[in-house]
Design a protein around this ligand. Structure first.
Ligand SMILES: [Fe+2]
Ligand SMILES: [Fe+2]
Length: 223
């Protein structure tokens, strides 16, 4: 099996656009943000903004893994099911922890405890992906650069439109997560770009429009 993708050159990973290089870049950015959050002192508002950036970054990245990358690994590698179950458990744990963080007042010590536990699981998830799952994906694709690039493009496309907050009750596997993805993404991105109250109203309108559109499409399909 190839070594950890953390120790390979960009050339060995299949170039800048390959899924392996894209994953490593995102992991490095996430690690940089977590270290910045941990490095005191920051004013409380700045710390909260860094945490928001980490949350948005983490969930879009993980959702695209769950809908594009891990199904591909299950199809391509005989151990794919066991390997992806392991990281899906980590993703679920991160969902539960971050949902609790979002409900907790940042002034309480519990907020710091939950954040520290969530960072530990995110770091473990990165290690498992870079050391175990992604080298196996690389092995299964036989270093086919075109396929590494096309998987990278598919993952990046989903990542850019994925939900940006935790959703612990949504399944971690397709088709459940893929079906829920669009309305959740509309809801989350409305929350990210407007005030919480206005965001909720915008999200309800967008979700209603989407539901009407899907219903109309279903009726047309049946007739
Ligand atoms: Fe990842
Ligand atoms: Fe992950």
């Amino acid at each position: 099996m190839p070594s950890s993708i953390a120790r390979q050159s960009i050339e060995q990973l299949g170039g800048e656009a390959s899924i392996l290089a894209r994953q490593r870049r995102d992991h490095e950015e996430l690690d940089r943000l977590m270290r910045r959050y941990d490095a005191d002192p920051h004013p409380p508002e700045e710390r909260q903004q860094i945490l928001k950036d980490i949350i948005q970054f983490t969930f879009a990245h993980a959702f695209a893994e769950e809908t594009v990358l891990w199904p591909a690994l299950r199809r391509l590698h005989p151990d794919g099911d066991a390997l992806t179950s392991r990281v899906e458990q980590e993703h679920q744990e991160i969902n539960v922890l971050v949902a609790a963080i979002e409900r907790t007042d940042p002034a309480y010590p519990r907020h710091r405890e939950l954040t520290s536990r969530a960072f530990d699981v995110i770091r473990q998830d990165i290690r498992d992906e870079e050391d175990l799952l992604l080298p196996r994906l690389q092995e299964a694709l036989g270093n086919d650069r075109a396929r590494l690039r096309s998987l990278g493009t598919a993952w990046e496309t989903v990542r850019r439109t994925a939900p940006t907050h935790p959703h612990p009750s949504v399944p971690r596997r397709p088709p459940g997560n893929a079906l829920a993805g669009l309305p959740l993404s509309l809801y989350d991105r409305a929350r990210d770009t407007t005030s919480a109250r206005r965001g909720a109203k915008v999200a309800i309108v967008l979700t209603a429009v989407l539901a009407a559109w899907l219903l109309r499409a279903a009726i047309r399909h049946r007739s």
